[in-house]
Write a protein that binds this ligand. Structure first.
Ligand SMILES: [Zn+2]
Length: 291
């Protein structure tokens, strides 16, 4: 029998037995049991606390500061007095666009970033991004994102390509919201300002002054009309223009397949020059609103 696990038993045969010592031992045992019980409670408490912390850690949004209220996707953008300029890189993520001397996605992203830098340095403007840079998204989604964020103007940047022959096809084209649509006039005013800037920077304007209307027929085939043919067709145009909810312009900044074009508006310096043209045109467009 293990005496340590049972109560003290008087044993007159035991010469060492003392009632006082036995009582002291019993008190010590009680204290020992109390300490053990306390330690067990503390241990349980610590385990639950740790589990709670781990669970909270797993469910926390890593990039959202805890004290700042998070703006949900459905909330409209806050009101301010700046003009909200939506800058859309026409391609990105797994969508690389056309390939030539340069890749269209890289050229459009570099231009968009350069333009954003210029706009962000100007307190008259707030930049609206239509996409996550690294994610593929449709033109409709990007137009809707610009509208959701209350954009006042949208610029969608693309590069053209030509694979028909060895002939050097080059030049700048722009596509505003089409005649008969809600934002046609303001889109045209912006298109004209952009084309003036591009021309002044040495660019060649394709078609009639670099401004064209694009339509899609029932078979989704493209129909292009030059500036000057303001017939209201009621046919769909580029979906990003239709969904932006503001004056909008899609530009084909350069032919990525043309060395001449890339040297002007497609290489490292070229995208800076193009961004400066767009920025100047945006400033002139904004000045026109105040008149
Ligand atoms: Zn494109």
């Amino acid at each position: 029998m293990n005496h340590a696990r049972s109560g003290p038993r008087p044993n007159p045969q035991n010469v060492y037995y003392s009632p006082r010592r036995a009582a002291r031992r019993q008190a010590m045992r009680r204290r020992y049991i109390l300490i053990l019980a306390g330690a067990a409670v503390l241990c349980l408490w610590a385990c639950f606390g740790l589990a709670g912390l781990i669970a909270a850690g797993l469910h926390r949004e890593p990039d959202v500061p805890a004290v700042v209220p998070v703006q949900t996707v459905d909330e409209p953008a806050p009101e301010d007095n700046t003009l909200r300029i939506a800058v859309d890189a026409g391609h990105g993520g797994s969508d690389i666009g056309a390939e030539g001397v340069v890749k269209e996605a890289e050229m459009t992203e570099a231009t968009a970033r350069a333009l954003i830098e210029l706009l962000e340095a100007d307190d008259r403007f707030t930049v609206v991004l239509c996409r996550d840079w690294s994610v593929r998204s449709t033109p409709t989604e990007r137009g809707e994102e610009a509208a959701r964020q209350g954009a006042d103007l949208l610029l969608s940047i693309h590069g053209n390509s030509w694979e028909g022959s060895s002939q050097d096809v080059h030049g700048f084209e722009s596509y505003p919201c089409v005649p008969g649509s809600a934002y046609y006039e303001e889109s045209m005013r912006f298109a004209q300002l952009v084309c003036q800037e591009i021309s002044a920077a040495g660019g060649t304007l394709r078609g009639n002054g670099g401004i064209r209307y694009i339509y899609f027929d029932e078979d989704d085939d493209r129909i292009i009309r030059e500036q000057g043919d303001e017939t209201v067709t009621g046919m769909p145009t580029f979906s990003i223009l239709e969904h932006a909810g503001c004056p909008a312009l899609l530009v084909e900044q350069c032919f990525v397949t043309s060395a001449t074009d890339v040297a002007l508006f497609g290489d490292e310096d070229g995208v800076q020059l193009a961004a400066q043209c767009y920025y100047n045109a945006i400033c002139a467009w904004a000045d026109g609103l105040a008149d």
